[in-house]
Design a protein around this ligand. Structure first.
Ligand SMILES: Nc1ncnc2c1ncn2[C@@H]1O[C@H](COP(=O)(O)OP(=O)(O)OP(=O)(O)O)[C@@H](O)[C@H]1O
Length: 670
């Protein structure tokens, strides 16, 4: 149903000013107004394909698309994340021969070898030139790789990488307060990628926009390949970084531009979102731009406005007539599943009172690993749910790897039969943990015989696909594939990787003996605990994932999974595998059957941004859980985003009075 716009909103919708910025609090109708602006433009003769709506996340894209339907905007308007748009333009530029088609990467793990190679090359240069340095050029720890990628993303977001050719390394290093060696390695990564010659052999998602801007600087006529829109709107404008800003400026040369944002919802500082761009930077780039305001929120009532306003120290006013109940629900931190149990009890009670439909609820967690206990409780209570923006814990790599170990240990594969997708993910997860690389494994072809006439860069993926085809057809081959291929020490493995593979294979061999020993009943939890301890999975996990946050989250997932197995102290590994398969199937079945309607959303703050639900529940408001980092400004904005998703009811789960010292410092006390 379309809304009836207020005079403030009508002024924006009717405006024909070339550039407009709207800044307003959460729920003020910014996304709604963008949909109305586009509808109005199309009513006045703009063809839908000449209109584009850009945003910065998949969640925001879903929300925009939904709003277009609600406001009756015509079909055919382009709705994309800036990253998607830029990637499509890279493909068009390649089609128009302005560059060669790059290989697209989608994970940091794929970038790792390039960083290692670049660091080695720079080290060699320093050594050849006889330059003495204390800098550690080894990039074998994921922490260092992650820090490096973070720096690179920041440099790209700020377009510094485009100055590499023209500026001296020491000068850049000094201006950024970074070491010259690090900047030299950044330069080398870009050089090996072919950025200086415009080749860009491979691109990560964070390269698309910068590479485009670089191309336009080198070959200005390539700009003509960009599509010409008559109107361009941008949602969540405060998330924009300098590179994206430059791209939007190019689009605005021919298009009317309307951007909307809320400075308190910047939760993407890591990818270079810079408040300066949406304040002075905007006025500088678009002199004479119009600024318009929407002063009230339409989403929630005054009790939540007061809470959000106090937390962010800004005025937050609700449209009259709205009411939102804010409830604080105490739980016992640390006690087994108490917070998760309270969440599920709250939902069950509201449903019993017939207060709300299931699809009215969203449980918004700080990070995906907080979902495990909640998922298990929801499954036990037979409440259908869907994980939005992340995978259910049952199919995360760290858990699939453990499930894979149990399959191999017990020799029981019946639950994998016919489960092609899960089996593939499981095999890849084992490969991830085993540090398997097939690209330079010359013996691989003889181990799995198939056509090897392939370009070298395709071999790794092609070999994986062949292995997956074999195992999904015959799951019992997983055992020999694991010990014979995944854990086989190859010539490219470092000493430590070689040792790790041998250890991995030994532990799994012991697990098989334990599971086969009929004299001692080895339960699922015993096998898992043995594996976790013997493999030192916490350290292994921090080697597997480049992102520290992702590794921490995986380690917490493993801990929660072991606790879950521990709640079934007598269950055999085979029965445990069957139970997991049944749980996974129950989620899948409900999803298909209900087509996403009658189920609650279990989601993360990042993914919830831009969305809304009548009933929002935020669990784990305790120190170490929310906030999780020392960046309290960012943590506060995350919580602001989470709580302002609520319409009629917000429930905040925090430690009970007896544990008051463990409560989150983010929430203002009433
Ligand atoms: N004029 C209006 N009358 C009634 N409801 C409205 C009006 N404008 C917007 N709304 C409703 O207010 C809610 C919030 O709108 P919207 O999602 O567009 O806000 P937003 O400013 O984009 O929020 P956020 O910044 O949190 O993403 C929606 O339910 C929307 O339908």
């Amino acid at each position: 149903m379309p809304v009836s716009p207020t005079p403030e909103q009508i002024a924006i919708i009717e405006s024909t000013k070339p550039v407009t910025m709207i800044e307003a609090v959460a729920g003020a109708g910014k996304t709604t107004v963008l949909a109305c602006v586009l509808k109005r433009a199309c009513d006045k003769g703009v063809a839908p394909a000449q209109a584009i709506a850009l945003c910065f996340s998949q969640g925001a894209k879903e929300r925009l698309t939904q709003k277009f339907v609600e406001e009756g905007a015509p079909r055919g308007i382009v709705v994309q994340t800036v990253e998607e748009f830029a990637r499509q333009q890279v493909i068009s530029m390649a089609g128009a021969s302005y560059l060669d088609m790059p290989v697209f990467y989608d994970s940091n793990e794929q970038i790792r070898p390039h960083i290692v190679a670049a660091a080695e090359a720079v080290w060699q240069r320093y050594a050849d030139a006889g330059v003495l340095t204390d800098f550690d050029f080894s990039f074998d720890s994921n922490e260092r790789i992650e820090d490096f990628i973070r720096l690179l993303v920041r440099l790209k977001a700020n377009l510094v990488t485009l100055e590499f050719e023209a500026r001296d390394t020491d000068e850049i290093a000094e201006s950024l307060d970074e070491s010259a060696e690090l900047i030299a390695i950044c330069k080398e990564v870009e050089r090996q990628r072919g950025t200086d010659s415009g080749e860009c052999v491979w691109q990560s998602p964070f390269d698309h926009v910068t590479d485009l801007i670089g191309l336009f600087r080198r070959q200005p006529e390539a700009v003509n390949v960009l599509p010409r829109f008559r109107i361009c709107v941008v949602d969540e404008w405060h998330d924009v970084n300098a590179a994206e800003f430059a791209l939007v400026q190019l689009l605005a040369r021919h298009a009317r531009l309307v951007v909307v944002g809320d400075r308190d919802q910047i939760i993407n500082a890591e990818r270079g979102a810079d408040p300066a761009l949406s304040s002075n930077g905007f006025d500088f780039a678009f002199p004479g731009a119009t600024r318009q305001a929407i002063t009230r929120t339409f989403r929630f009532g005054s009790s939540l406005s007061a809470l959000a306003g106090a937390m962010m120290r800004r005025e937050c006013v609700s449209q009259p007539g709205l009411s939102t109940r804010v409830t604080y629900m105490p739980y016992q931190p640390g006690a087994d599943n108490d917070c998760a149990a309270m969440v599920v009890a709250t939902i069950t009670a509201a449903r019993a009172r017939k207060d709300a439909k299931l699809s009215d609820f969203a449980v918004v967690v700080r990070d995906a690993d907080q979902s495990i206990d909640i998922e298990n409780q929801l499954i036990d209570a037979e409440i259908p749910y869907r994980c939005s923006g992340f995978d259910s814990y049952l199919v995360r790599p760290e858990i699939l790897m453990l499930r894979g170990l149990l399959h191999i240990a017990t020799g029981s594969y019946d639950t994998l039969s016919g489960e092609k997708l899960s089996t593939e993910k499981l095999v890849r997860s084992l490969g991830l943990y085993a540090s398997a690389r097939f690209d330079s494994d010359a013996d691989f072809a003889s181990l799995l015989s198939f056509d090897e006439r392939l370009a070298p860069e395709l071999k790794n993926e092609r070999r994986w696909k062949e292995a997956l085809r074999m195992i999904t057809a015959e799951p019992a081959t997983l055992e020999s594939f694991f010990s014979g291929i995944l854990c086989r020490v190859s010539s490219v493995d470092s000493d430590s990787t070689g040792r790790w593979k041998i250890r991995f294979a030994e532990v799994v061999a012991t697990l098989r003996e334990m599971a086969a020993n009929v004299a001692v009943k080895n339960t699922a939890v015993q096998l898992l605990t043995y594996a976790v301890r013997q493999l030192d999975l916490a350290s292994a996990t921090s080697r597997v994932f480049v992102s520290r946050g992702r590794a921490d989250s995986a380690t917490r997932s493993i801990d929660a999974f072991i606790r879950f197995a521990g709640n079934r102290p007598d269950q055999s590994a085979t029965d445990f595998l069957r139970e997991l398969a049944a749980r996974q199937a129950s989620i899948g079945k409900k999803l298909n059957y209900l087509k996403g309607r009658a189920q609650l959303d279990l989601t993360t703050v990042q993914y919830a941004k831009g969305k809304e639900w009548p009933q929002v529940l935020i669990p784990y408001l305790e120190r170490g859980q929310f906030p999780r980092t020392a960046n309290l400004g960012e943590e506060r904005r995350l919580l602001y985003v989470a709580m302002t998703r609520a319409m009629t009811s917000l429930t905040l789960f925090e430690p009970a009075e007896a544990f008051a010292s463990r409560r989150s410092a983010l929430l203002p006390r009433p």
